[in-house]
Ligand binder design. Structure first.
Ligand code: ADP
Ligand code: UDP
Length: 237
């Protein structure tokens, strides 16, 4: 498999074509961004940590019956994935309140929800990823009703697969964001699952082990990602 031309440079990852037109190489960079790209910094080792973290979680999800784009680790910062036709929607599940839901609904931080809740956001930095509902997605043709249902089902299934995995590692999975795409007639989980796109709290102390450390200038960002990784048994060179 050969790396070909750069297809897309995102805020944290670069995406390259390969000699197989069904596969892409995703490079996890050290670049870190928050607040729709208004705060950025390169954090040493983050690309390596996130690449290995993502590979571990995607393989766990595949084993739980969730179709993912992940194919293989190529080196410390790159993974081979299926080339998906991405759906421009973010699927968020929350187990505990924090972040935007508190600002939006005026609810306290840290409430354990009676059942996990679900939200869609439009992937659009200029509009600050506005919250949307399934009717917006269907009316504007971003995805069909059956695809919306499948994304919802797979996002909840991801929560069910990951909550106990993190719990056994002494970590609370507070919330997370997923992106899906089409591969033939299948809806497949794409993008990444790393501490950049979820919230992880230490079960005892509620210390944050995720990108909120960067958003809130708490320091030791990558060190915290590595603590979470090592508790999950992920070995990172
Ligand atoms: P952003 O676009 O938000 O700045 P990234 O830096 O993470 O984010 O860029 C990665 C880009 O690659 C995202 O736009 C994502 O939708 C896209 N992507 C992720 N996985 C795949 C895939 N399997 N096939 C095609 N595109 C993908
Ligand atoms: N998230 C993400 N990318 C985004 C927006 C949110 O990965 O563009 C993740 C975020 O890390 C958290 C979850 O989605 O795990 C819910 O984020 P929230 O809506 O609370 O937004 P925030 O407080 O980050 O603005």
């Amino acid at each position: 498999m050969k790396r070909r031309d750069l297809l897309y440079t995102g805020k944290a990852k670069s995406v390259f074509r390969t000699d197989d037109d069904q596969k892409l190489l995703i490079e996890f960079r050290d670049d870190t961004s928050a607040f729709d790209g208004r705060k950025t910094e390169a954090l040493s080792r983050k690309g390596t940590v996130n690449n290995h973290f993502n590979a571990f979680i995607m393989q766990h999800l595949e084993a739980a019956g969730i179709p993912t784009h992940f194919e293989s680790l190529v080196d410390d910062t790159q993974s081979l994935v299926k080339f998906l036709d991405m759906i421009p929607v973010e699927c968020v599940v929350r187990n505990i309140t924090t972040g935007s839901i508190c600002r939006r609904l005026g609810v306290q931080e840290g409430i354990e929800l009676e059942a996990p809740t679900f939200e869609f956001f439009l992937k659009n930095d200029e509009l600050h990823d506005p919250m949307i509902n399934r009717y917006h997605i269907e009316s504007f043709g971003w995805a069909h009703a059956s695809e919306v249902e499948r994304m919802t089902e797979l996002t909840f299934a991801t929560n069910s697969a990951l909550v106990p995995l993190f719990r056994d590692a002494g970590i609370i999975l507070v919330d997370f964001k997923l992106e899906f795409g089409r591969f033939g007639d299948q809806i497949v989980l794409g993008d990444e699952f790393t501490p950049d796109g979820c919230r992880l709290w230490d079960s005892e102390t509620r210390e944050k082990l995720d990108k909120d450390r960067f958003r809130q200038d708490l320091g030791d960002v990558v060190e915290s990602y590595e603590i979470a990784a090592s508790r999950l048994g992920i070995s990172i060179p």
